[in-house]
Design a protein around this ligand. Structure first.
Ligand code: GLN
Length: 466
């Protein structure tokens, strides 16, 4: 049922918010084996539901998101609540303030039902890099749910909330959405404040929205977006360009779809989807993208560089994991960071430190920044003529839990279609194709910076076609 209908029922007192929250709490308990929630905010959620029900009974006004039940990825701060980024480093750490995006949801009377799993510091594609163990895929529990917002995607797929708030540095909202059969939206860089979002790679990170109902996702975006004094990179975007319709030129790139790493079934589903869009009367054309092989190296050089500096703050001195029994200051720092961080995070800190180091900066980080500029200019050129680009989300289907733990490079390579949007700061959405034979196939739409609402609307129009 669409959120608008549910909200109307609540406001008309046909059902109560307390009943709704209790249903979600029951669903969370019933799906415990999937290992989705780290913490359930049961008391706060019920208290707020009752308070809102009482307001509605008295005919008092309520916020725009009254009735919306939201889960949040464990990288978003809520004052007085633990936030750990799924890391031993931060276990027991309590937020001192609430993230701007989450505060805006609360101010409009959304209910936060709990904190969900993710990959450690949002680094990963499978939700296996976590101090809390892996999350299971709701469609096939022996498979990974994707990552790093795997808990968010699973939470939505398992109907434990209306919306989950994740973060997307290189696909972490869109890829798990595809793997779990839900929608995932990454807004333009700078549309939503990053204040209170634990940083991975600051020039890529963006808060994203996972859900099933596009209308609910749009409402949440409208509430969270907009300039914030606490994040200088966050701005008010001008109104989106005129909406996308059948006159809009749409591009697809054979260089992406025919890439050698592509799973044949996903390729077939992508081509079928392109065909269906054409058949519905849209103008879809082939466009060349000669730089596809630069996308993954550029992403992993720049993000690891940024991550190594962002994560240097975790020394375990004033807060965070504290190693016992060190006999020197150096041994204490080393112990804190060696034991506090997981394997993947340490791998990236080392890679990042290397690409930033004096002897290698020009050859790696400096060069990758230039290639990022090149990719951005090429995408801007294409988007000025074709305001929508369609592509696959992931070249591969979800793998078995544990299958790729010793092969991180193959996991990195599977980010090929999603990282482009973050390298360029543009919005992108993953739409599940919901094919019975191929439940993990999804289509990605990318658009020009600022065209977030147009992209959401188009994805909704295409639901029937796809
Ligand atoms: N899988 C990508 C990575 O590990 C994306 C992660 C993300 O978007 N947070 O870097």
């Amino acid at each position: 049922m669409s959120f608008q209908i549910v909200q109307t029922q609540i406001l008309n007192k046909e059902t109560s918010l307390e009943t709704r929250v209790n249903q979600y709490l029951a669903a969370i308990k019933a799906t415990k084996d999937f290992n989705v929630f780290i913490e359930v905010f049961e008391k706060e959620a019920l208290d707020k539901a009752k308070a809102l029900d009482a307001k509605i009974q008295k005919g008092e006004g309520v916020g725009r998101l009254c009735g919306m039940v939201v889960s949040i990825k464990d990288v978003l701060c809520v004052k007085g609540k633990e936030v750990t980024a799924a890391s031993k480093m931060l276990k027991g750490f309590e937020s001192l303030f609430t993230a701007t995006a989450i505060q805006r949801l609360l101010d409009e009377d959304a209910i936060i039902i709990g904190r969900v799993h993710c990959d450690e510091f949002a680094m990963g594609s499978s939700n296996e890099n976590s101090v809390y163990g892996p999350v299971k895929n709701p469609i096939a529990p022996n498979l990974v749910p994707g990552g790093s917002s795997g808990g968010s995607a699973a939470a939505v797929a398992l109907d434990t909330c209306d919306i989950s708030i994740g973060s997307d540095t290189g696909g972490s909202v869109r890829q798990p959405a595809a793997f779990c059969g839900v929608k995932g939206f990454k807004p333009s860089y700078g549309r939503i404040s990053r204040y209170g979002l634990i940083a991975y790679a600051s020039s890529f990170d963006q808060i994203g929205i996972l859900g099933k109902d596009t209308d609910a996702m749009r409402m949440v975006l409208q509430v969270m977006e907009g300039a914030d004094d606490w994040d200088a990179t966050c701005i008010d975007f001008p109104n989106s360009p005129s909406s996308f319709d059948k006159e809009t030129k749409i591009a697809w790139m054979p260089d992406l779809v025919n890439h050698p790493g592509m799973d044949p079934d996903i390729k077939k589903e992508t081509l079928d989807a392109i065909h269906a869009i054409k058949a519905a009367g849209y103008q879809v054309e082939e466009v060349e993208f000669p730089y596809i092989d630069y996308v993954i190296p550029t992403y992993y050089i720049v993000t690891t560089g940024e991550a190594s500096t962002n994560l240097s703050r975790y020394d375990g001195i004033r807060y965070g994991y504290h190693h016992q029994g060190a006999d020197s200051l150096e041994a204490l720092y080393t112990g804190n960071r060696t034991e506090g961080f997981g394997k993947e995070v340490k791998r990236r800190i080392m890679l990042g430190t290397f690409v930033l180091s004096a002897g290698h900066y020009d050859a790696f980080f400096g060069k990758a920044q230039k290639v990022r500029g090149l990719l951005k200019r090429k995408m801007e050129e294409i988007l000025s003529e074709y305001p929508v680009i369609i592509s696959p989300v992931s070249p591969v289907r979800p793998w078995q839990i544990g299958e790729k733990l010793t092969d991180p490079v193959s996991v990195y390579l599977a980010d090929i279609y999603t990282v482009l949007a973050n390298l360029c700061g543009i919005p992108a959405i993953s739409i599940p194709l919901n094919k019975a034979e191929s439940p993990f196939a999804a289509l990605q739409l990318m658009g020009p910076k600022g065209a977030d609402h147009n992209l959401l609307a188009l994805s909704e129009n295409w639901e029937a076609i796809l």
